[in-house]
Design a protein around this ligand. Structure first.
Ligand code: TRP
Length: 374
């Protein structure tokens, strides 16, 4: 049996077994209920499987985005990535969804690369290493297929000239004590970290600046980032900007540990550059199984898909509801063995990565079309 581990969810640490219904209450966010999904569907025509499966499970102020849309006013999307290493499959979840939203609504997207964030956060990270990973990670972002006419990617260190004024406007309204209590920072943390949330707020204001007209922003991201935007929302209106909305997802579970798939535990992560054998090896070796100890027992009693990491991963990567249901039923009845379930996942991921890796290669010639600089 596996014990439930106590969880921690902050922008800089995610560990343990996250209880998402508790998080909704703790973070004061709203569930994505049937009512708001039905309203969204009026505009999108279909409901993405991430929504049906509660992978995107919460939001703040999505209703405001829909209100404005219904008045004929468009919005912007905004998301981001702080690079300090390679991109893994968990990072792609919000990006896949952002791409879907861009396709459905034909809206502009701002993609922030806060290349100072992980530099400030971790003593080990040098600016040179971050620069390397920034260039590398941008290929993964472009590989998602965002529309280059509607997407701008910018690094904080290269676009700060445009951002700094708005960061200062936000920073002036946020006290040190708010930062300490919101992020658990204390007097020993460096002052860059204290200021950082102001920089992450700025892209929520930029659409209004760019359009010279109050423009709403929807931020698809993992739940841990909402605290930044809670502060952004607290200051936005007094600065003349609409409060940004968020649409929030769960974490792709770690293969073998509680919490999210983490870059810092090498074996627990599948990188976007992993080849078919690496994927196969990692899933076979590390993916926590909900199967029984012996073949005989498994056939008789069946496996437990609800704790099986390979099954959980298929809920993120197998789009077809019918196929997924069959896998669930067959595993539970004992018809499908743990090794066979793993193989289904391996094939699915390798097919996905083959396409992603081709797009990543093509992205090398497209970078200039996306980048915004001072
Ligand atoms: N803080 C995020 C990270 O650690 C990066 C980020 C910046 C971001 N702006 C964002 C993420 C907006 C989601 C939405 O990777």
């Amino acid at each position: 049996m596996r014990m439930v581990k106590k969880y921690v969810v902050t922008p800089w640490e995610v560990s343990g077994d996250v209880d998402y219904s508790k998080i909704i209450k703790e973070f004061g966010v709203k569930p994505l209920d049937d009512k708001i999904l039905a309203r969204l569907k009026k505009h999108t025509g279909e409901v993405h499987y991430f929504l049906k499966r509660n992978i995107f499970f919460a939001h703040m102020y999505l209703d405001n985005i829909l209100d404005e849309l219904e008045k004929g006013n468009n919005f912007y999307l905004y998301t981001g990535r702080a690079p300090s290493g390679p991109v893994h499959l968990g990072h792609l979840i919000p990006w896949i969804f952002t791409k879907w939203l861009q396709d459905k609504f034909k809206v502009n997207l701002l993609f922030q690369i806060p290349d100072e964030e992980k530099f400030l956060f971790n003593k080990e990270n040098t600016l040179e290493a971050i620069d390397y990973w920034t260039k590398d990670n941008i290929l993964d972002i472009i590989a998602m297929g965002f529309d280059h006419k509607k997407t701008k990617i910018f690094r904080d260190t290269e676009y700060a000239g445009h951002m700094y004024k708005y960061a200062c406007m936000a920073a002036k309204k946020i006290t040190f004590s708010t930062i300490k209590s919101t992020f658990g920072l204390n007097d020993s943390h460096n002052i860059g970290l204290i200021f950082y949330t102001a920089m992450q707020s700025v892209p929520a204001f930029l659409p209004t600046v760019m359009e010279k007209n109050k423009t709403r922003v929807l931020i698809p991201c993992a739940i841990d980032q909402d605290v930044h935007f809670r502060l952004t929302r607290d200051v936005a209106e007094s600065l003349g900007f609409p409060k940004p909305a968020t649409i929030l997802c769960r974490f792709l579970p770690a293969l073998s540990y509680g919490g999210k798939m983490s870059s810092s535990i090498a074996n627990a992560a599948i990188w976007t550059t992993d080849g078919p054998n690496a994927v196969k090896g990692k899933i076979n070796k590390y993916a926590f199984s909900g199967g029984r100890d012996t073949l005989e027992e498994h056939r008789k009693k069946g496996g437990n898909p609800d704790i099986d990491v390979s099954y959980q991963w298929l809920t993120f990567f197998e789009e077809n509801d019918r196929k997924l249901r069959k896998i669930y039923d067959d595993y539970k009845s004992g018809k499908l063995l743990s090794g066979e379930l793993k193989q289904i996942l391996i094939d699915k991921l390798n097919a996905f990565l083959e396409v992603h890796q081709k797009n990543r290669e093509k992205a090398k010639n497209q970078v200039d079309k996306f980048i915004l600089k001072d």
